[in-house]
Design a protein around this ligand. Sequence first.
Ligand code: GLY
Ligand code: MN
Ligand code: MN
Length: 437
Amino acid sequence: MTAHINEFVQRRQKLMSKMGSGVAIIPAAPEVIRNRDSHYPYRFDSYFYYLSGFKEPEALLVLIVGEENKTILFCRDKDVEREIWDGFRYGPEAAKAEYGVDAAYSIQQLDEWMLKLLANQKQLFYSLGADPAWDVRVTGWMNQVRAQVRSGVFASRGVQDVRQLVDEMRLYKSAYEVDLMRRSAIIAADAHRRAMQKVKPGMMEYELEAEFLHAFYRRGAQAPAYTSIVAGGSNACTLHYNANNGVLKNGDLVLIDAGCELDGYASDITRTFPVNGQFSAVQKDIYELVLAAQTAAIDKINPDHHWNSPHDAALDVLVQGFIDLKLCHGSKEAVLESGAYRQFYMHRTGHWLGLDVHDAGEYKQQSGTWRKLEAGMVLTVEPGCYIRPAENVPEHFWNIGIRIEDDALVTESGAEIMTVAAPKTVSEIESVMKKNV
Ligand code: GLY
Ligand code: MN
Ligand code: MN
């Protein structure tokens, strides 16, 4: 068993102690056809991976808590013929030895095993609704177990969403996870620096995207964490722009929102910089405002504050800035109350980050109040300003779109910005880009 596998063993133990008693079923993600017989690159299901560490498709994890506790992995059999075509697969015997489960069986035997494993279990933990194909299969097993009632077998009456228990665990990153996330952040931060160094007026947005992919893969990241946004000029005002096929023009800004995935863990960085290496006066005004908003938000990341404090702080700075720049009118309170600022800032200031770019974990407590930030949580901080042409906006602001996004680990006393290596201030960016001309 490789050393880090112990991490997965501990996670299973923790989940099992939260379950109390019953059986949990956590399936792997299906392979997805892209077209005809070609598949999308396989990406494991985050829950299945979090608990198993196992990256193959056609697998399922079962956790049983009762008089006897047991962890069982179902996976593909060894198959020399298929391995010639598709590559290595563990097979149950080697999977059991490597992944620290109590037993591993062939996925071919899943139906017969599940009828035995689900019998006489009071509680089922399963993510009903996550995958309709698995829902059909799981309800089929339950019905067959229920049909044995006259032989004295009983079936679980309730299904509890296993994700509820796991989400709370995923929210607090372990030292192993933090290490991976720091490395993912460093690769992505270096990619942003590389983009700043490579950009030139006349380049296509996709050429810059290619620089990112190069920087990700050459450092061992397995994939981009999400579809990269490379948005020159007015394209930056489309929040989820990803056509990435425009020309990067002299005098425009380019907004890049791109991060990578390293052993499953995402980084998520946005930088906005001038295509020609020099901010214009008006671009600089807006940039400094967004940066001030981000600084105010980062100042609120510590265990004394709740989830929404960074957003409130960023909004406060942005709204005052919009008033000072005459983009909004009236008092700060009135602009906040009316929501007029949403013309220029229409999204929230961050999200949890981890195995998923928008990671698992509740933002509010059951009482309805925002949850407190705690050491080990990881979140993004990403205020922005997007100014589309409009009659109520002076023309020199039109088509400026700016977002600045970093990844923050909450510590006992504040925040560690894991993406700090990506140049961010006007002077840092202009100095990195000086060498381009
Ligand atoms: N890149 C996705 C996000 O910033 O939320
Ligand atoms: Mn983000
Ligand atoms: Mn992002």
